[in-house]
Ligand binder design. Structure first.
Ligand code: GLN
Length: 305
């Protein structure tokens, strides 16, 4: 048996003692209110060996981690046709970059940069009766946590300063890669990013990417094995924006980060782990989260490679 518990405890302790570097995501005013030194971890294996450390019960803004969930729902509803609207290549650019989109004629490189996530939001709006409610229901079903909610204050706060996202959305619309009105797409996008969860809830939500045989409480297999493989693959190559190569190199697992300071990483058929620490490095990924996961796969000597 892998001594996961010992590794988690040791690494948590040693990282807690180190200086906590980086900045909280202040560009969204509401996120500035969070204590930058919160630090939580939740770990769960395939056979439900589970451990929570530090602030694992405190809710936080999952931000871009939600993009995996919206992609999964669009993929489930529409299948491979979604790849006509968004690519699967790493962008090598910041998550909110505009320059590449012009050269790519409005087809975002992948579904995890902001533009790509907006195209996915557009697809969901066109294909769901009550887009926001139906998306939230889907997330609740995946996690089996009925109390997951959007944060109205975070969504509002981001809407107020979302000039760059507004530009991105309009830019995509101008290329004809958006069916709905940009205001509607942005409203969905900001709400989706505002979802709050704690480390436990995020880890539970991502069980469907950890366990190929995952079924919801009512017995539904949400994605095919091939779809699960592909989503994990995109997380591996695109989950950390222009630091995706670095995360892959250091950690060796598929994962996804958000500017709320959360990172979820999956070891398919073995475990899922969420680390939350709000201080971000200059690429917008959690400073302690990256360090924790690098130490964890190093210490356990286990990664997908
Ligand atoms: N809502 C954030 C934004 O659009 C999400 C970014 C992120 O988490 N990387 O800027």
């Amino acid at each position: 048996m892998v001594p996961y518990k010992e590794a988690l405890e040791e690494i948590f302790k040693s990282i807690s003692l180190e200086e906590n570097k980086g900045e909280i995501a202040k560009y969204i005013p509401e996120l500035e209110k969070v204590n930058p030194d919160n630090f939580g971890v939740y770990f769960s294996t395939l056979n439900e060996e589970e451990y929570g450390l530090g602030d694992w019960e405190k809710k936080f803004s999952i931000q871009s981690i939600s993009k995996v969930l919206s992609l999964s729902l669009a993929y489930k509803i529409l299948g491979a046709s979604i790849w006509e609207r968004v690519g699967v290549e790493p962008s090598g650019n910041a998550f909110n970059s505009l320059v590449q989109l012009e050269a790519d004629l409005g087809i975002p490189r992948n579904p995890f940069i902001n533009g790509g996530a907006m195209v996915i939001c557009d697809l969901l709006i066109s294909n769901l009766k009550n887009p926001k409610e139906d998306f939230l229901d889907y997330v609740r079903k995946l996690s089996n946590c009925p109390n997951i909610e959007f944060s109205e204050s975070v969504a509002k706060s981001e809407k107020k300063i979302g000039y760059r996202n507004i530009a991105l959305c309009n830019f995509i619309k101008s290329f004809g890669n958006m069916d709905n009105h940009p205001d509607e797409v942005l409203d969905f996008y900001f709400n989706m990013c505002s979802i709050e969860m704690n480390c436990y809830e995020l880890t539970k939500t991502f069980t469907y990417l950890k366990d190929n045989n995952f079924k919801t409480e009512d017995g539904e297999k949400v994605l095919t094995s091939s779809q699960v493989k592909r989503i994990n693959a995109i997380m591996q190559t695109c989950g950390f924006y222009d630091e995706s190569g670095e995360f892959s190199f250091k950690v060796g697992l598929p994962g996804k980060s958000g500017v709320g300071g959360g990172i979820v990483a999956i070891f398919p058929e073995r475990y899922c782990i969420t680390v939350w620490s709000p201080r971000l490095n200059e690429k917008g990924n959690s400073y302690r989260g990256m360090n924790f996961l690098e130490a964890f796969t190093t210490k356990t000597q286990l990664s997908i490679f």
